[in-house]
Design a protein around this ligand. Structure first.
Ligand SMILES: Nc1ncnc2c1ncn2[C@@H]1O[C@H](COP(=O)(O)OP(=O)(O)O)[C@@H](O)[C@H]1O
Ligand SMILES: [Mg+2]
Length: 305
């Protein structure tokens, strides 16, 4: 389990925090997606959790251990797969994994067996005598997952790990993460593409300019992608809200509103517009649409908000 409390990071002399008072928990047996545009603060958050950079405020508990105050115990329970795995170019996979295993206190034949199993599982066993600099990007990624698993940590951080994979690679990686979850691990998976997380995450935390703006729960995830009403009401007030709330759950963004979980069929939905008109509401925009997850995301985090 990872508990993030008020986590804040201000780099160097910059003014605006890259991560700003973030609160989030990633439970055991849960895959938490972490979505935000490029520059939103995902990698910074993941690096803070892994303990390789220090927070300017707040803290992170890994299985109850503070990643700053109790770094050794805490990081033993973290497996981190960076966005662009970067290894000492002349190193070879087996010695490097042995070195990592030492950090977790593993030794001897136990380590040899584990390395063989992991390299086979991630299809790099045949390339085990090659130097890592001769690995393709995909092989480096798979190696870095093997490396993250060597100490059998309880918590996994995957930074944009699905990004750039072909469809088969995405499917394999999803199956792998779902297996981790079934094994009771906690998984934190970032992406700048919300829909990439849709079929794997139990919940999705959305970050914008360093701030957590929403955590989508499982139930909400399944209703995204269904029919919604998008409406703009110039003379918006409580009366208009009451009308909309009869038909579904209303989210408002100023005078732009989205009605979700609508209780009537798409064919019947125009009557909402009629009811608004009959009550003297000025409705310059009314649309019944299938919600596209990526549209929803951009609506939430895009620059024009
Ligand atoms: N080492 C660094 N020094 C200064 N600013 C940084 C550093 N790393 C990231 N940033 C800034 O912090 C913000 C968040 O970046 P990052 O965490 O990499 O976002 P994401 O992973 O969501 O794309 C950006 O504005 C980025 O420019
Ligand atoms: Mg990043």
């Amino acid at each position: 389990m990872i508990e993030i409390r008020g986590l804040t990071k201000v780099y160097g002399r910059t003014q605006t925090p890259a991560v700003n008072k973030l609160d989030l928990e990633i439970n055991d047996g849960e895959i938490m997606g972490f979505a935000g545009l490029n520059g939103a603060g995902k990698t910074t958050t993941i690096r803070l959790i892994s303990g390789i950079i220090f927070p300017s405020g707040g803290n992170v508990l890994v299985n109850g251990k503070d990643i700053v105050k109790n770094k050794i115990d805490a990081s033993k329970n973290i497996g981190w797969v960076p966005e662009l795995p970067n290894f000492e170019p002349n190193s070879k996979p087996v010695p490097l994994l042995k070195y990592y295993a030492g950090f977790y206190g593993l030794k001897g034949s136990e380590v040899e067996d584990k390395i063989e199993k992991l390299l086979k599982r991630f299809h790099i066993w045949d390339a085990r005598t090659k130097k890592l600099k001769d690995y393709s990007q995909g092989m480096k990624k798979r190696f870095s997952i093997a490396a993250a698993m060597i100490g059998d940590p309880q918590n996994y951080l995957f930074d944009e790990t699905l990004n750039g994979l072909d469809p088969e690679g995405v499917r394999n990686m999803r199956d792998f993460m779902i297996q981790l979850k079934k094994d009771g691990k906690s998984v934190f998976l970032s992406s700048h593409i919300l829909s990439e997380l849709e079929n794997v995450a139990d919940r999705i935390a959305i970050i914008r300019k360093g701030q957590l703006i929403k955590v989508l729960e499982r139930g909400e995830l399944s209703t995204l992608g269904t029919t919604v009403i998008r409406v703009r009401i110039q003379n918006m007030d409580n009366g208009a809200m009451n009308i909309l709330e009869k038909y579904g759950r209303v989210e408002s963004y100023g005078d732009s509103l989205i009605v979700r979980d609508i209780s009537i069929s798409a064919e019947e939905a125009p009557r909402v517009n009629r009811e608004l008109n009959q009550n003297d509401y000025n409705v310059p925009y009314f649309e019944i649409t299938g919600e596209d997850l990526e549209d929803y995301f951009i609506g939430l985090v895009g620059e024009n908000r």
